[in-house]
Write a protein that binds this ligand. Sequence first.
Ligand SMILES: [Zn+2]
Length: 304
Amino acid sequence: MCTRRNLVAASLAAAVAVSLNAPAAFAQDQKVPVIATFSILGDLVKNVGGDRVEVTTLVGADTDSHVYAPTPADAKRAGAAKVVFINGLGFEGWITRLVKASGTKAPTITVSNGIKTRKMEDDHGHGHKPTDPHAWQSVGNAKIYVANIRDGLIAADPAGRSVYEANASAYLAKLDALEAEVKAVIGEIPADRRRIITSHDAFGYFGAAYGIEFIAPTGVSTEAAVSARDVAKIIAQIRKQKIPAVFMENVTDPRMMEQIAKESGAKIGGRLFSDALSDEKGPAPSYIEMIRNNIHQLASALTS
Ligand SMILES: [Zn+2]
């Protein structure tokens, strides 16, 4: 079947195809370089940008953006970017200085623009309740992020408009399906058990959107120190309100939560992903898998 003549013809055809495709292949190498400040946002930008963009994520998997210290390499990357995507709402306290240091002329797009913001539950003695930056934990808000990313990419690369629009609408459909799944899974948890403790207050938007009460000892940022008195207060609260479970997060030290669980008798639920994705081998390498991981961890701790 496979004669020498066929082989020669095939390799000639392949050679012609390669030379015809060469300019297109070259053009595809010129991806639009963009920055996303943290891994969750990086995944959203990749889904909208697809093959046209090269996304560099500054704060990687399992890393805390609240206390991140940018490197000279980050400034270099930001300097080469066509767009800098940030969460905003005070999440990346270090970004303004980084953008300035990089000398970049690229626009900074705040992807949370247009969401309905909420305040943190507790001021932790600061006298004012700061805006909660963790808006991505509501899938409804993530859809607003995606629309802002699409518009930011179109402004930076108008030739890619149809690609960005198609990618965004395909991804938005996946987020619609995800949100329906979240509501169905949470709906299975008895109403009087939808109350948990997490180590930092990152799930306010999630809780408000889907009807779970999250109580956190640390407040808005992982920077805040927790006193022995705070811990004692939380333990008393768990006992009084019969809170069924406490949860770890991937970006915070688990020891405090282990202590709280031991002393209060609450169950330790699984690990929730709040401010960063896992690496590829972990349970939350993308935004969609992160939300799925979190709802299944919640459901299995609260329904049993
Ligand atoms: Zn956080």
